[in-house]
Design a protein around this ligand. Structure first.
Ligand code: BTX
Length: 327
């Protein structure tokens, strides 16, 4: 409650510095309490300038998706025909799973400004601060057998990579299977979760996280070396609605290509965008570490790695590390 009142006070006094002392008098609490509430607002995407002896000034509000602007950019037939926007959720994946159980149709997308429990693969966390990124889940009901699901992951990575390149001009590349990197640092991740029975897919929830407008300070220290954002790399703010619209367009186009011509054209596009091919890599797999050079994808989407002795190995899952020059 006090946070709301404090925010309203700053809104009424835009462009002015307000001292901690004045605020503590106004709200009848200590300056430490005011400072704590300002930090709560900061976590919610508000920015303050703080100058000793002058006080605090509100300098930025969190950006908000607008349905109107999204609809103006989403031109797809199926993907995005129902758009569900949320301010804050635990994970858009959870919301999408629930919506499917309640009958949501293919193409439904769930977007949140913030996630409190965004997740990556294998129980990893996905950092999702408010108003800074694209945290989105897509409901898909593809007519493919379960073993070919990895092809869909690669297809989404291709669409996303092409779209990021087109909208930002950055040389984004794909690290197998579906990390998007710029200059060796991660800007995006894809997580596929499915429900199936007897090798038949009921539905897939494709979770897409794009670190669009995060600044260096928005990343926790342990991620700063490994992760980056489109804003950091381009030096300008990305209009998230434009990127979403472009990505959904690419995805729909590639999905059509895939149903008409199979995986081969997608495989070739993936190989052209890959940063893990033809260079030394180390892959942590369930059965141990494999070192060698990735040479291609096979027709199922698995990675073919050539070992030092010239033998070839096919990997279906694992974590790739680029060992040189920017591991
Ligand atoms: P992943 O397991 O490949 O990647 C997770 C790793 O990525 C983390 O351990 C960390 O090193 C790094 N990382 C975490 N947050 C970020 C970030 N914001 N930017 C760059 N790197 C980061 C990849 O998993 C799949 C991620 C999917 C996220 C989406 S967001 C919408 C949907 N909802 C949800 O809960 N997950 C998906």
């Amino acid at each position: 409650m006090m946070t709301d009142r404090l925010l309203a006070y700053f809104m009424d006094n835009k462009d002015q510095y307000i001292s901690g002392e004045q605020l503590s008098r106004e709200f009848g609490c200590s300056r430490t309490a005011i400072w704590k509430q300002i930090n709560v607002l900061r976590l919610n995407g508000y920015s303050f300038d703080a100058i000793p002896r002058r006080g605090y000034r509100l300098i930025g509000e969190p950006s908000r998706f607008s349905v109107h602007s999204l609809l103006a950019h989403v031109k797809t037939e199926i993907l995005g025909r129902s758009i569900r926007l949320f301010d804050e959720v635990d994970s858009t994946q959870n919301v999408a799973h629930k919506l499917v159980r309640e009958g949501a149709q293919e193409g439904t997308i769930v977007i949140a400004e913030a996630q409190t429990a965004g997740r990556g693969r294998m129980g990893r966390k996905w950092h999702s601060p408010k108003g800074k990124g694209i945290w989105m889940s897509l409901v898909l009901k593809p007519e493919i057998p379960l073993p070919l699901l990895s092809q869909l992951t690669l297809l989404i990575a291709v669409a996303l990579c092409r779209s990021v390149r087109r909208v930002t001009g950055l040389e984004a590349g794909i690290k197998w299977p579906n990390d998007l990197l710029v200059d060796g640092r991660k800007i995006s991740g894809i997580l596929l979760e499915s429900s199936a029975e007897d090798e038949r897919l009921h539905y897939v929830i494709a979770g897409i996280g794009i670190s669009a407008n995060l600044e260096e300070k928005d990343f926790p220290p342990e991620l700063r070396n490994a992760a980056t954002s489109l804003l950091i790399e381009t030096g300008r703010e990305i209009e998230r609605e434009v990127l979403i619209g472009d990505f959904l367009g690419q995805l729909e186009e590639f999905y059509r290509l895939y149903t008409q011509q199979g995986f081969t054209p997608i495989r070739l596009l993936w190989e052209a965008l890959s940063v893990s091919l033809h260079r030394p890599i180390r892959v942590n797999t369930e059965r141990g570490v494999v070192e060698g050079s990735a040479v291609a994808l096979d027709e199922t989407g698995a990675l073919i790695v050539e070992l030092e002795d010239g033998k070839r190995m096919t990997l279906y899952s694992g974590e790739v590390h680029l060992t040189k020059p920017d591991s």
